[in-house]
Design a protein around this ligand. Structure first.
Ligand SMILES: *Cc1c(COP(=O)(O)O)cnc(C)c1O
Length: 366
């Protein structure tokens, strides 16, 4: 294979930031690539491929129904359109027609986040009208309940580290309110790892990004209850056409999910083990205090948290800039760099790359 980095003059990238869209999210395994190759080199009756891969995944996970879509963002838009149109073919062809009056999608204010695009853009793309519940720092069951009207189409809950965590109602709370009012709960669980938890709780539409936790190709697995999935699949004849997924990625994600169910993700213990020598070496660099920390959203993910202290010649913001400058560019988690803290997520980082990172930081800090 010709060297793509050289041909186009691209920087090589070490991804210590996690599953980030700006870097291509994740790497697929050889088995997943094989499945994509088979998909790419064969024909199928596409509606059957979509239906049967989705139903197969739903069955092995224990959901009523499911479908593989192009992305979690596409799934949000199409789920919103689905609950507004409720299977109407007229609605599929005229998704923004005024006769569809029940368009309100209630979302906790602290969950209307920008994950690369704002949640509300995808809601509106599906024809939804955004109704925020609660406040920037809190949302309770009551806050949701008081926003429900006869125009409400669904409640959207975003389970994500991007969202406000404090004083936030739980998924279970949101589900209780939704079902008490005969409304579906759409759960954006894009980066979540547990494929059974929310389906078992009874969530109606649960959305997982394929390339995040499951290291699949660019895709999405959406799971949940009938009749929503007939309505979602119908969107492929309407707005969903602009979000079409290829047969290669449908088969790639299906394989990635099967492998994930069989082998699971790297465990937190394994991450801690790999991080221990890394953190030890980082601590030997003057100006750096490193320790192992758990994911803020409580997932079984551990990272190296690096504080750039007063003895350092440069601050954390300058350090991340220097790390990204030359090839291979090292990308870290930057969310708290303004407070002097950088995190290294090593799920997609090899031991030899960790050594390279330590050397690079030593150079920069000289
Ligand atoms: C990443 C992410 C998405 C979007 O996933 P895509 O598959 O890239 O569209 C949606 N919601 C949240 C909370 C995310 O983190």
């Amino acid at each position: 294979m010709e060297n793509v980095y050289e041909k186009y003059g691209l920087k090589q990238v070490v991804n210590a930031s996690g599953k980030m869209t700006i870097l291509g999210v994740s790497k697929v395994s050889d088995d997943v690539l094989e499945a994509q190759k088979f998909g790419g080199q064969h024909f199928f009756e596409m509606s059957d491929l979509v239906l049967k891969t989705g139903q197969h995944l739903a069955k092995v996970i224990g959901a009523e129904d499911g479908v593989v879509l192009a992305s979690a963002s596409a799934a949000i838009a199409q789920s919103v359109a689905a609950v507004i149109g409720q299977g109407s073919m007229h609605h599929v062809y005229h998704p923004f027609d005024e006769r569809y009056t029940n368009r309100e999608i209630i979302i906790p204010k602290g969950q209307n986040v920008d994950y690369g695009t704002p949640e509300e853009v995808m809601i509106e793309l599906g024809g939804g009208k955004v109704v925020e519940a609660g406040y920037a720092n809190m949302c309770s069951k009551e806050h949701i309940e008081m926003m429900i009207t006869d125009k409400t189409a669904a409640i959207l809950y975003v389970k994500s580290h991007h969202a406000v965590q404090k004083s936030m109602l739980s998924v279970k709370d949101a589900l209780e309110v939704a079902h008490k009012h005969n409304l579906p709960l759409i759960l954006d669980a894009a980066a979540e790892e547990d494929l059974r938890k929310y389906v078992d709780m009874g969530a109606d539409i649960v959305i997982y990004s394929g390339a995040k936790a499951f290291s699949g190709p660019s895709s999405c697995l959406t799971l949940g209850k009938k009749p929503y999935f007939d309505w979602i699949r119908l969107q492929s004849k309407g707005i969903g056409r602009s979000m079409k997924i290829g047969k290669d990625n449908i088969l790639g994600l299906t394989k990635a999910i099967e492998d994930y169910l069989e082998f699971g993700p790297e465990t937190g213990d394994s991450m801690k083990e790999r991080l221990t020598p890394f953190v030890k070496e980082l601590n030997e660099i003057k100006g750096i205090d490193a320790k192992i920390v758990q994911d803020a959203a409580g997932r079984d993910i551990y990272r190296a948290s690096v504080t750039v202290n007063n003895e350092a010649p440069i601050d954390a913001l300058k350090l991340i800039e220097e790390l990204k400058k030359d090839s291979p560019a090292v990308y870290t988690r930057e969310y708290r760099a303004n407070m002097g803290i950088i995190e290294f997520d090593v799920r997609a980082v090899h031991e030899s790359e960790m050594t390279m990172i330590v050397d690079k930081i030593k150079q920069i800090m000289k």
